[in-house]
Design a binder for this molecule. Structure first.
Ligand code: C2E
Ligand code: MG
Ligand code: MG
Length: 601
């Protein structure tokens, strides 16, 4: 629609009397309107069609078409549905007022009324129309937003479900099939993080365009009913970096796989957004009607489960739905629902595992490790629920609880005249990406009233690589705050030394898979552990060995000059009371005494 918000409103005067047109026209112009005139019904209709007015004033008594006919004919034009029409009756009787109303007039006045007064009346009518126009526009916008994604103009999840329901209604009596695919853009969050959201948006638009082109080019022989638009192939964006397609008329897994491969190939073509070459790939999960599910919701859910299953094999995967996937997805879903409530229900707890100085086995700090006590399942290990909490974003709130709880515990130890252990807290990439990590850390420290040096944050090498720009920003802020940082599970990712130079971490935690190698080979040497320690030293970083389980391992690590060790050999992660009991015993243990003697010697 043309934007007329600043232009003067237009009034069309339809009257066979030139004097009346002139008089009323002048009064309206004085009141600020733009005026159009027509001397008869036919030219009024043509005039309105060419340039729709905001209000029409029609004389009832005219040769040819009467004012009532003009009014009725105007109302037939969609452009005129909401335009106020004011009828001028010289016949001041109820019957013509009624006829005017039935013809669709908005208002009436008797002819001969002061034109200046009439112009004021028109102002009211036009303002009422403009208010209603705005209301209608915002309603249309709301309706659009409820069903379409504004970025790509594709149907959203809600609309996709409606379309799929229509397709199921079409396919069922005809014994036809439908293929539903969920398409996930691989590594999209990384593209968004490293290249910025505008490049991310560009990528999503490009993906939408390619998928649409791909389906149009490969369009199948359409049945006669396919004229109905819900029954043609549909590309939708149900959310985030996920797209979906619904293909009515596809019957077999082979045909669906062929289309999916074509889409993957189309997405893998070189893609340039804002002058940047972005490598693209997609993972696709497929479900088929009626074999895999009988309704829209379940078709989407199963395609989604298949897609997530395919994702586990890495990027660019493709997988049709299987029953075994569904049960796994169902278990996943119920765990997810419980995880949502776990925080409010107080089902989380922190256990602590000591970190010991390798030279004399004095405890210098502890790592806080999250535990979830599920009311039915019992203790759920972090490896089972942390990835889920990350996928759902719940990790941001859960991680905040961990931070506050760990800081409070650090405070309690300091208050009770206990040890001034530094507490290390694990944080996920999602928490970095969220952008609130620094303010949450600051708040947790302030709330517990402890210094920044009492806290350390651990994050994995994988996090560093996947969320590098967010991590880099946060690391600078943490350094300014005085909070130490450690790179967890080091050696399992692909961090190069040059990469590490750009990230001001303080400590590398040698992954336990390397520590396990110590003493496993006959020569007893662990060249990878040696290399990591040497690399850390050259970068000025401290080292912590994870998963130390044998005396041979800690002897070796001490000889090689690692700084701290953590592992079952000394202590398992445990609740505060047990940890304190362990520590009291530890202070009198033979191993500590032996270590102390050795370090003095
Ligand atoms: P991580 O940060 O590498 O933590 C060390 C893991 O190694 C812990 O597993 C610990 O129990 C285990 N471990 C310690 N010593 C030994 C040993 O001698 N031998 C063996 N085999 N294992 C040992 P846990 O508690 O199951 O935690 C697993 C992972 O879950 C953690 O790995 C960490 O990545 C994650 N996690 C735990 N708590 C949190 C949290 O609060 N937030 C986040 N984002 N992740 C957490
Ligand atoms: Mg850790
Ligand atoms: Mg670790």
């Amino acid at each position: 629609m043309e934007d007329r918000s600043n232009a003067p409103a237009t009034v069309l005067i339809v009257d066979d009397d030139p004097g009346a047109r002139l008089l009323l026209g002048t009064a309206l112009e004085l009141a600020g309107f733009r005026v159009q005139t027509a001397a008869d019904g036919a030219s009024a209709l043509a005039q309105f069609h060419a340039d729709p007015a905001d209000c029409v004033i029609v004389d009832v008594v005219m040769p040819g078409m009467s004012g009532f006919d003009v009014c009725a004919a105007l109302r037939e034009q969609p452009d005129c549905w909401h335009v106020p029409i004011l009828m001028q009756t010289s016949l001041d009787d109820i019957e013509s007022v009624n006829r005017a109303y039935n013809a669709g007039a908005t208002d009436f006045s008797t002819k001969g009324i002061n034109p200046m007064l009439l112009a004021q009346r028109v102002k009211f009518l036009v303002r009422a129309k403009q208010t209603q126009d705005r209301l209608r526009e915002s309603e249309a916008r709301v309706r659009y937003l409820a069903f379409y994604d504004p970025l790509t103009s594709l149907p959203n999840r809600q609309r996709l479900l409606q379309i799929l329901e229509q397709q199921v209604l079409w396919a069922l009596p005809r014994q036809r099939g439908i293929a539903v695919m969920m398409i996930d853009v691989d590594n999209f969050s990384r593209i968004n993080d490293t290249q910025g959201p505008s490049v991310g948006d560009g990528v999503l638009k490009e993906v939408a365009a390619r998928l649409q082109r791909c389906l149009r080019e490969g369009h199948r022989a359409a049945g006669e009913e396919d004229a109905h638009r819900d029954l043609s192939d549909c590309v939708a964006r149900p959310g985030g970096d996920e797209f979906a397609v619904a293909l009515p008329g596809i019957e077999s897994t082979e045909d669906a796989l062929a289309v999916a491969r074509r889409m993957q190939a189309a997405l893998a073509e070189p893609c340039a957004v804002a002058g940047q070459e972005i490598p693209l790939s997609a993972t696709i999960g497929i479900s088929l009607f009626p074999g895999d599910a009988g309704n829209a919701e379940a078709l989407l859910k199963n395609a989604d489960a298949a897609m997530h299953h395919a994702k586990r094999a890495g990027r660019g995967g493709l997988e049709p739905f299987k029953r075994s996937i569904s049960t796994r997805a169902a278990r996943h879903l119920s765990l997810e629902a419980d995880l949502c409530k776990a925080l409010d229900r107080g089902e989380f707890a922190l256990h602590y595992q000591p970190r010991l100085r390798l030279t004399d086995l004095v405890v210098e700090g502890v790592e806080a490790l999250l535990r979830w006590r599920h009311p039915q399942r019992g203790w759920v290990p972090p490896d089972d629920f942390i990835p889920l909490a990350e996928q759902t974003g719940l990790i941001v709130d859960i991680g905040d609880w961990v931070l506050r709880e760990a800081c409070s515990q650090a405070r309690r130890w300091r208050e009770d005249g206990g040890p001034d252990w530094r507490v290390a807290v694990n944080v996920s990439g999602v928490q970095f990406r969220d952008g609130t990590l620094i303010s949450r850390v600051t708040r947790a420290l302030a709330h517990a009233d402890i210094g920044a040096q009492a806290l350390e944050l651990e994050f994995t090498e994988g996090t560093l690589i996947e969320y590098s720009s967010a991590v880099s920003k946060a690391l600078k802020a943490l350094k300014d705050l005085g909070v130490a940082t450690a790179l967890d599970d080091f050696g399992t990712g692909y961090c190069s030394m040059s990469y590490l130079r750009h990230f001001p971490v303080d400590t590398l935690k040698i992954d336990r898979s390397f520590v396990r190698d110590i003493g496993a080979k006959s020569a007893g040497n662990a060249p990878l552990v040696d290399a990591i320690i040497a690399m850390a030293r050259s970068l000025g970083l401290a080292t912590v060995a994870e998963g130390v389980e044998t005396d041979a391992q800690w002897h070796y690590l001490r000889m090689r000059g690692a700084n701290q060790a953590q592992g079952y050999l000394f202590c398992r992660p445990q609740a505060v009371a047990e940890l304190e009991r362990w520590h009291a015993d530890w202070l009198h243990s033979d191993r500590l005494r032996a270590a102390g003697v050795a370090s003095v010697a």
